[in-house]
Design a protein around this ligand. Structure first.
Ligand SMILES: Cc1cc2nc3c(=O)[nH]c(=O)nc-3n(C[C@H](O)[C@H](O)[C@H](O)COP(=O)(O)O)c2cc1C
Length: 242
């Protein structure tokens, strides 16, 4: 059994290393095409990601029905040292959140870990913590409680892609409330993985919700090419009916 666990762990490590390699290669390709990469469903990685899982996808029939009633944005984002952008004072995902709120007037809830230093400041240490928590299926506690969800029809939910998935603290959020009957709109920031199945995973975690079309934005663009990102965000929101 011990040998079996060791083998499983090795397989997982190899898979993660392959994912990391794809992530780095994809970023190198992006850098080579100076500013061509953008968020949205037009992002190559996001398309590959979503089409690969087409059979499993929830009903992401798009919007036209989301822009009524009050909206909420729930998000997680890190400052400190980040991939490709150096030390940042506003997280990449947080920048997208502001754009969504500007356009929709949505209320905002930031997911913060209870332990202030739970996530390290340096990028390399953060990747290790994130890999460990994913490996263990951790559910880090977050501060406070969610706002009263009965006040909202549409809930945007955003985070950085971490090792091809939502950061584990987001699963703590998904499992801490009843999202059934809500329109959920996922969005990611990333450096090559696109939406990374955020929509499908959100639908699995939040039974009875209606997951609408998501948006994937390059983190580097969120910091350095905000006109382009705002355009992509506004187009996406228009499609959703906002
Ligand atoms: C722990 C960790 C894991 C990451 N894994 C991926 C990944 O699998 N795919 C990807 O495209 N980007 C990955 N990234 C890059 C982030 O998704 C990207 O920098 C994001 O914009 C950070 O957003 P934030 O500033 O809001 O935290 C990773 C970054 C970190 C810190």
């Amino acid at each position: 059994m011990k040998g079996m666990n060791g083998a499983l762990r090795r397989v997982k490590m190899i898979a993660l290393l392959l994912l990391a390699a794809a992530f780095v290669l994809s970023f190198a390709a992006c850098k080579g095409s100076a500013g061509t990469a953008s968020g949205g469903q037009s992002g190559g990685a996001a398309q590959a990601d979503t089409s690969a899982a087409a059979d499993d996808l929830p009903d992401i029939s798009g919007g036209k029905d989301a822009g009524t009633g009050k909206a909420l944005v729930i998000y997680f984002s890190r400052t400190g040292e980040q991939y490709t952008v150096g030390v940042i004072e506003k997280g990449n995902t947080a920048i997208v959140v502001e754009m969504i709120a500007d356009r929709t007037g949505a209320d905002i809830f930031e997911v913060l870990p209870v332990e202030e230093d739970y996530y390290p400041y340096t990028y390399s240490e953060l990747t290790e913590v994130a890999m460990k928590e994913q490996d263990e299926g951790a559910r880090p506690a977050y501060q406070g409680g969610l706002p009263d969800l009965s006040l909202y029809d549409t809930i945007f939910i955003g985070a950085p892609v971490w090792w091809g998935d939502w950061p584990m603290i987001m699963y703590t959020v998904f499992e801490s409330a009843d999202f059934s009957g809500k329109k959920l709109v996922p969005f990611s920031t990333h450096e090559g993985s696109g939406l990374s199945g955020f929509d499908r995973k959100l639908s699995s975690a939040c039974h009875g919700s209606d997951v609408l079309e998501g948006l994937a934005v390059r983190g580097n663009d969120a910091q350095n090419d905000q006109d382009k990102v705002r355009g992509a965000v506004n187009d996406w929101l228009s499609e959703l009916g906002f």
